[in-house]
Ligand binder design. Sequence first.
Ligand SMILES: [Zn+2]
Length: 156
Amino acid sequence: MADRDSARRRQRKLASYHRRVAERRERGLCVKCGKCPPAPQRSICVSCNEKARAAERARADRLRAEGKPVRDPEATRRADRERDRYEFERRAKILSDALAEREYLVGSAFSGADILIGHSCFMATVVGLPIGDYPVLEAYYQRLQQRPAYQRAYPA
Ligand SMILES: [Zn+2]
């Protein structure tokens, strides 16, 4: 009975948390404090972010003092993979937009920028990022791969 009550209480609290977050997001406010606008590209404000980081540092210091691991290595790897994927998608979209109406990144001629991004595309395929999900970028990368210099630099 007590267990069911506490489970219900937890559910109600969670539902109210989600409502609060959705409402703050809609009003363009920090989802944590609801007082000021969030930092660019973030859902929380600078002040809330600093508080969260300070709390995280205190927690890490306490765990280190107790001789316990600060992070779950598997969770860290998972978070890294998610972040890398997110960053790849963000950049792939920017490049796709830039390359939508031209052959190379800067003007109409091949340049150092294409060498740099060409290598990044190569690395993306090496680590298995889905460059094929971005047809414009994939076509660009294929154009780069046709170049004799590319074939000398990256022999098959
Ligand atoms: Zn805040």
